[in-house]
Design a protein around this ligand. Structure first.
Ligand code: SF4
Length: 63
């Protein structure tokens, strides 16, 4: 189990997280990426970790 925190205000809407982890990240009308789930199970960790790593402004943090 892990928890996603992400700072929407820092998001530049590049779409990288949605490209590597579309199962949990989606672009919305505000042109920002949003996680579908904040509390993620271990089987979804790898995908979300990839999103964390590709974000160019480091606004996704998984703990
Ligand atoms: S990778 Fe980061 S900056 Fe790019 S859309 Fe996702 S959260 Fe926003």
């Amino acid at each position: 189990m892990a928890i996603i925190s992400w700072d929407k205000n820092q998001c530049i809407g590049c779409g990288a997280c949605t490209a590597v982890c579309p199962s949990n990240w989606e672009m919305k009308d505000d042109n920002k990426a949003h996680p579908k789930e904040i509390n993620i199970s271990d089987d979804k960790l790898k995908c979300n970790k990839s999103a964390e790593q590709v974000c160019p402004v480091q606004c996704i943090i998984i703990k």
